[in-house]
Design a protein around this ligand. Structure first.
Ligand SMILES: Nc1nc2c(ncn2[C@@H]2O[C@H](COP(=O)(O)OP(=O)(O)OP(=O)(O)O)[C@@H](O)[C@H]2O)c(=O)[nH]1
Ligand SMILES: [Mg+2]
Length: 458
């Protein structure tokens, strides 16, 4: 298991701070925390997974344990043992009490584990305290998710985004690193300014690196903007949903592509767009990075630019794995993300996927309730006929949307309300007498707007 942030060839245009010395510091820290105690017969780090839960439902507990186990395995670690712990009272210093931490460390050692994965967000001091009590390396949920992202980041943009998120994670934990380094005092001595401790130096270099990476990220955003504006004439359908829901499988089935779709969290990190209709290139479909509950804030911020296109979509297709016991929680997480990304007003279409894996019939009443009056379909993305029907439906859905440019005087507040509540605003500008809008909506709504404006003019 690695938690490193070192420059690769892909970072050629991002200058490396101080001859790579700080990268060595970060890597030393990473090795110390994550690579030292390897299992006897294996190259993989043996982890003991500790799933902390406050919900007393055994099936939810099991599903959440499986999720953190999958995430831990997805970064190449081996599971030495796992357990669920019902947390009744939070210990502010170390999250769990001293006695529990000792017992936990003992069980982990008995299994031959060299690291404990705690499925919780630990503050830097909680992490340090817990490591001190347990006497072994601890990895929290945020670090685990960051590691999985790092492993799957194959494009230049994704690598920069993950590295930014990693450094944001590392930044408040520098004090812990600094203490060790200040004690060692060797290594970087020559490059220190007067009175500057090793941890201060590291903080300075880390900030410098972050600045460079953010500059590089901005360049990507601008390039993306240009290609987005070039594609503005197209209608866009964006597939979104929880990780592993089957977005890429559906994308492949819709477009005859062969993008990688595996039983692996965060298999997709970059947005891929393809033409959906063979005749005429008027509709594009995009596959996107999956969501997860409690996505680290640093990753969310970093990946927002990847998801910027979401706001320009004509239709959001929300993919839900209904064979997963936690489908409701997954949908909730997805909708929270849609809200955070400012895309709640975009028309939605729900796909309840993987129906082939259901033993029981998924009740129509449940789908009606979950979709909250938005259109939906129940299918398996492996069923080509069902996907073909779905494709016809969504093409009709987006093509029934039309665009209109209107000028609305300030006195026509009824029309403005209608626009804000029922239309997607593509452009807007404020003028002396009113506002100019470029909007998209279904034809009857646009007709209603035009007629209301005519009435007001008479
Ligand atoms: N049985 C069954 N498996 C499916 C179905 N759709 C997808 N899968 C499987 O579910 C796993 C995840 O599918 P992906 O398409 O990679 O899921 P994703 O939503 O793109 O996942 P991320 O990219 O990680 O966010 C793969 O092993 C797919 O083969 C389905 O309808 N039925
Ligand atoms: Mg995918």
């Amino acid at each position: 298991m690695k938690f490193i942030s070192k420059p690769t060839l892909e970072h050629k245009e991002v200058p490396v701070a101080d001859d790579g010395q700080w990268e060595k510091i970060v890597q030393d820290w990473s090795d110390k925390h994550h690579n030292i105690h390897r299992g006897k017969n294996s190259d993989k780090t043996r982890c003991y997974v500790f799933s902390i839960n406050s919900v007393n439902d055994p099936l939810i507990q099991k599903a959440q344990l499986e999720e953190i186990v999958n995430l831990t395995e997805a970064q190449g670690a081996e599971i030495a043992g796992k357990e669920i712990y019902l947390l009744n009272k939070i210990n502010p210093k170390s999250l769990i009490g001293k006695g529990t931490a000792h017992h936990l460390a003992q069980r982990a050692r008995d299994c031959g584990a060299s690291m404990i994965v705690v499925d919780a967000e630990l503050s830097p001091s909680q992490l340090r305290n817990l490591e001190d009590i347990a006497g072994m390396s601890i990895c929290d949920r945020e670090a685990i998710i960051l590691n999985v992202f790092l492993k799957h980041a194959s494009t230049k943009q994704a690598r920069i985004q993950v590295e930014i998120a990693q450094l944001e994670y590392l930044r408040p934990r520098i004090r812990g690193i600094g203490i060790n380094m200040d004690q060692q005092a060797g290594g970087i001595g020559n490059s220190r300014g007067a009175g500057e401790t090793a941890s201060e130096l590291l903080a300075r270099k880390l900030d410098h690196r972050l600045l460079e990476l953010k500059k590089a990220q901005k360049k990507f955003t601008r390039v993306g903007d240009i290609s987005r504006s070039q594609r503005q004439a197209c209608k866009r359908i964006v597939l979104i949903g929880y990780t592993n829901a089957g977005k890429t499988s559906l994308m492949n089935a819709l477009t005859n592509e062969e993008l990688s779709a595996r039983q692996m969290p965060f298999e997709t990190l970059s947005t891929t767009s393809r033409c959906l209709s063979r005749h005429g290139e008027d509709v594009l479909v995009s596959d996107t990075v999956g969501f997860i509950r409690r996505l680290p804030a640093s990753l969310l911020e970093s990946f927002t630019s990847t998801l910027a296109e979401l706001k320009e979509a004509s239709l959001l297709v929300i993919v839900i794995d209904i064979s997963d016991y936690e489908y409701e929680a997954h949908l909730k997480t997805t909708l929270e993300m849609v809200e955070k990304l400012g895309a709640l007003k975009i028309p939605r279409f729900y796909v309840f996927n993987k129906i082939d894996r259901l033993n029981t019939e998924f009740k129509k009443a449940v789908a009606d309730e979950l979709s909250e009056a938005h259109p939906y379909v129940l299918l398996s993305s492996h069923d080509s006929e069902a996907v073909a029907d779905f494709k016809t439906t969504i093409l009709q859905e987006v093509r029934s949307e039309q665009t209109l440019e209107v000028f609305v005087p300030y006195s026509a507040s009824q029309v403005t309300t209608l626009i804000y509540s029922k239309c997607r605003i593509l452009e807007s500008s404020t003028q002396e007498q009113g506002m100019h809008f470029k909007i998209e909506a279904k034809a009857p709504i646009l007709k209603q707007i035009v007629e209301k404006l005519k009435e007001l003019r008479q």
